[in-house]
Write a protein that binds this ligand. Structure first.
Ligand SMILES: Cc1cc2nc3c(=O)[nH]c(=O)nc-3n(C[C@H](O)[C@H](O)[C@H](O)COP(=O)(O)O)c2cc1C
Length: 329
């Protein structure tokens, strides 16, 4: 690590647990994040957020016509909160990080998104091939953020050949923590994530490493830490249908045991989620509906429920259908 960047390095906040909620577009809205936080997530991360969109709102913010929470919704109860950014135009990045970092506890930078609409803008995982530009991005982020900057990435584009180089650059430029989802862009979500790459990463840098990919149970969480030596772990899809996985993992780490969660207990979380979601104008009924389906996974007759939820666009109807379903369990 360069001397300069070490001196300028901003400290990470204290985390209440070693298990973090992964950013998931369409899922990790403020209602879902709060639910996960309440059930033991040590850190929650927003969905990926466009730097262009932030800068486009700058004028309204300056004129005091809008508040930041109208663009990036969050509550203080979620803290520590990591806001994830994507986009590679350096001037826009500089502006966006100056606007947003006072509200975040961590700024996370996305170099993992494989979606063509993101990679075609030279953002997300496409940057894994652009070491020169990547260095400039890290410099810009670290210089202009009032908060620590972290990185989340995949292992490469076609081959897992880029992450170690990028991680070195990140460390040199003052990035404070790196999350690795060890799949290539080409893999998408297929196959299994290659945890041996997390071990390689941990051995090659001295900043904290967050291991991510395919943790479905507390036993998986323990296995990843044992196999890779990573400092923290991050859970995505398994949390989408069971936010209680955070307390299960915490219990397992602390006592060696954890409670099994019945489908009915899991489904009950939906009503708390709905109560929170109703407070945020940006959360659409379609997102609530998707969450209803996620929470009902594993319930008897879940398929029938899904059929009846299709096309429901009214919160009250959604709530009524879910209550009726809950009462049948
Ligand atoms: C629906 C969905 C949306 C996602 N959105 C993001 C995102 O906005 N930013 C990001 O860095 N990763 C995103 N990811 C990737 C996850 O953060 C995580 O790296 C990946 O799902 C692997 O972890 P898991 O096996 O625990 O799900 C998304 C994944 C899914 C399934």
């Amino acid at each position: 690590m360069k001397k300069n960047s070490k001196m300028n390095m901003k400290k990470l906040p204290k985390f209440s647990s070693r298990v973090f909620l992964a950013p998931m577009a369409g899922i990790t809205n403020p209602a879902f994040r709060l639910l996960c936080k309440e059930h033991g997530a040590g850190l929650v991360v927003t969905e990926l957020t466009s730097i262009n969109a932030i800068v486009a709102k700058e004028r309204l913010l300056k004129e005091d016509k809008k508040k930041i929470t109208e663009f990036i919704e969050f509550s203080d109860k979620e803290r520590p909160l990591s806001i994830q950014l994507f986009g590679s135009d350096l001037k826009i990045l500089e502006k966006a990080v100056k606007i947003i970092s006072p509200y975040a506890d961590i700024i996370d930078y996305n170099m993992g998104c494989p979606a063509p609409n993101i990679t075609q803008q030279m953002a997300g995982a496409a940057l894994l091939q652009e070491t020169k530009l990547t260095r400039e991005i890290f410099k810009t982020l670290v210089k202009n953020s009032s908060k620590p900057v972290t990185l989340k990435m995949r292992s490469g584009v076609n081959q897992p050949d880029k992450f170690l180089k990028i991680a070195k650059i990140a460390e040199e430029e003052g990035i404070t923590m790196i999350t690795l989802h060890p799949r290539t862009v080409e893999q998408g979500y297929s196959g299994k994530s290659d945890w041996s790459l997390i071990k390689k990463l941990k051995k090659s840098i001295s900043i904290p490493v967050v291991g991510n990919g395919d943790i479905k149970t507390p036993e998986d969480a323990e296995k990843m830490i044992k196999e890779t030596g990573c400092d923290y772990i991050m859970v995505g899809r398994a949390a989408a249908s069971n936010p209680l996985i955070f307390s299960q993992i915490n219990d397992y780490f602390n006592t060696g045991k954890y409670k099994e969660i019945s489908p009915k207990i899991k489904l009950k979380l939906f009503f708390t989620y709905l109560k929170y979601a109703k407070k945020y104008p940006s959360i659409k009924v379609s997102a609530m509906r998707m969450q209803a389906m996620n929470f009902s996974k594993g319930c008897k007759s879940a398929r029938k429920l899904r059929g009846s939820l299709l096309g429901v666009n009214d919160v009250d109807v959604l709530e009524r259908l879910m209550k009726e379903f809950y009462d049948t369990l």
